[in-house]
Design a protein around this ligand. Structure first.
Ligand code: HPA
Length: 246
């Protein structure tokens, strides 16, 4: 049984150095997850990997079945999830191809199914979400980044937008005024669903580009892909360093 899961986002549809033992399609009461769960050994430890957008990267952020993904992982006994997510950098210190471990979230998404607690309840449930990420796991990611000299930015507020389009420059100005330092499309409801299932969840954000209006030009897919290639090498090092500590 693997207690550690890695959810790969854009740029991480498979995990290099994962020695795969089996793949399993888990059915859930909420439908099918983004793809089969991939079980294997990574850095000498059993882990399970799931590509959030599907293994062919075909599922856009607003169409991901977040509930099925989280339920399937919990069903297999997962207790810790490291969620890898591509983001746009809003704050000046979040440079393309670098890593960040956010500590807060503002949710701007809409019309996504965002809870397990909506039917058949004996009473209404409100989870505490003051600290949206698991502090124990965040601290381990921060320690691993220091140990491996990855220089990850150790805090930040993740603004979760609906996508799939990127933002306007004015939207990014508004997010910045709200306190967001980075922007991505998949952080919610994933983090809240993990908390509802009592799974220890933290995000490793990879800065794919400067957010809209911050680089003086358009954001291109070529730029995003180039930064993610560099950034994902850092993610692999981070995972290799942190997983033995969990
Ligand atoms: N905005 C939202 N999501 C993203 C971005 C962005 O600029 N870059 C990568 N994911």
């Amino acid at each position: 049984m693997s207690e550690i899961a890695i959810i790969g986002g854009t740029g991480l549809t498979s995990l290099k150095h994962l020695e795969i033992t089996r793949r399993e399609m888990v059915r859930t009461p909420f439908g099918e997850p983004s793809g089969p769960l991939t079980f294997g050994t990574f850095s000498g430890h059993e882990v399970v990997f799931l590509a959030r957008h599907g293994y062919g990267h075909t599922i856009p952020p607003h169409k991901v079945n977040y509930r099925a993904n989280m339920w399937a992982l919990r069903e297999t006994g997962v207790k810790h999830i490291i969620a890898v997510a591509a983001v746009g950098g809003i704050a000046e210190n979040l440079q393309p191809a670098s890593l960040a471990i956010p500590d807060q979230i503002i949710d701007y998404t809409w019309s996504r199914v965002n809870t397990f607690f909506e039917e058949g309840l004996s009473s209404v449930v409100h989870i505490d979400f003051t600290e949206p990420y698991c502090s124990e796991l965040r601290n381990k990611l921060i320690d691993a980044s220091r140990k491996a000299n990855l220089d990850a930015v150790e805090s930040g507020t993740y603004g979760a937008t609906q996508g799939p389009r990127l933002e306007t420059a004015a939207e990014i100005n508004r997010l910045e005024q709200d306190g967001c330092t980075m922007v991505g499309m998949t952080g919610m409801p994933e983090a809240a669903l993990a908390r509802e299932l009592d799974i220890c969840y933290a995000t490793c954000a990879v800065i794919a580009n400067k957010a809209a209006g911050r680089s003086g030009g358009k954001i291109t897919m070529e730029e995003i892909e180039a930064c993610l290639t560099d950034g994902m090498e850092k993610v692999r090092t981070l995972l290799e360093t942190v997983i033995p500590e969990l």
